[in-house]
Ligand binder design. Sequence first.
Ligand code: NAP
Ligand code: MG
Length: 404
Amino acid sequence: MAEKIKMTTPLVEMDGDEMTRIIWKMIKDILIYPYVDLKSEYYDLGLEYRNETNDKVTVDSAEATKKYGVAVKCATITPNADRMTEYNLKEMWKSPNGTIRAILDGTVFRTPIIVKGITPYIPTWTKPITIARHAYGDVYKNTEMQVKDGAKCELVVTDKDGKETRQLIHEFKGSDGIIQGLHNIDKSIGSFARACFNFALDSKKDLWFASKDTISKKYDHRFKDIFNEIFEAEYKEKFDEAGIEYFYTLIDDAVARVVRSEGGYIWACKNYDGDVMSDMVATAYGSLAMMTSVLVSPDGVYEYEAAHGTVQRHYYKHLKGEETSTNSVATLFAWTGALRKRGELDKLPELMNFADKLEEATIKTIEDGVMTGDLYLLSNLENKKKVNTEDFLLAVNDRLKEML
Ligand code: NAP
Ligand code: MG
């Protein structure tokens, strides 16, 4: 066999929990180590070690990502009451993804992996739609109240010199009611816009953004203006050179266009729109196990992961010694995404080529009819065959060997 591919800068590796932790090791043993002289800085984000380090390991892994620029993350347990007893936890540690996102201040981009034999519920979607969700503010950081009949509700802003500005929200006459206060900040909206413009340039895809600026003439309009100002000042020429487009429209119009489209673009969404639309898009493409996810920070740091969780039910089967057929594709594409980006930043064409070939081999395996149980249920190939977790990766390796 040819010499292993060399790396120059370490990849930050964030290990995780349950079935995805099992898959993590299999991917490295079967598909990475034999070909790449893997240089990684390893952080164990498995719940046991997070508990042991009082979750310091999560913060350390995020800091390392800032330092080196690229990370690959395994799915991790976000503890709840059941996990407190199962793992005998000192505290109900926060979601690692939340902690990492807060440190990197990033935007998450989710893209489905499309294969022949699995038709999206919207059959015209022959190309992937990438959803970018703004992950700060709006209804997720709201203040809300139930109010009684007769109440007068106002928006009061006290500026830094103590001067008050008031506006009436509503005077409740004849009924009790509800009110809600929202906010966002220009800085976060600007970071979101830049992350989206950079990702569009990186992936050479058009960028769509939509809000309800006709109704929300200050709040949503501010999003539209910030996107537009940044685009005109910093990205217009680069987009022209790359032959891609930035396109703004009303959210209702965007939804109608998305349904009629063939896909192939990035759809930037405000926080709530992204929450809802990402679930719709993921479901329409067929499987969360075929959805990649990357967190991109405004200063160009990348963290790749799968969009699904730790697949707990399969893990318990695995622990009982039963055979599993868990889909490793999204986790595998987190690895290829991270290796390709590392190769791009360090100018290692061989590493980039390896990532491309590994993805091609994975897709070819499924299109040859070899797949895990979740896809077996969805695929309309005639010669399809269900294989177990490990045999799928071995089948990918058979094809990879031929391609390299
Ligand atoms: P999940 O792990 O995504 O699994 C939900 C169900 O979806 C599974 O039981 C399985 O269905 C199917 N599924 C998901 N991924 C699959 C794959 N790769 N191959 C085959 N089937 C797959 O979500 P969850 O059960 O709600 O959460 C489990 C744990 O993951 C929780 O502790 C949660 O905190 C954590 N989580 C972590 C992340 C993250 O780190 N990014 C994200 C979400 C959840 P069947 O059982 O019907 O086969
Ligand atoms: Mg949601």
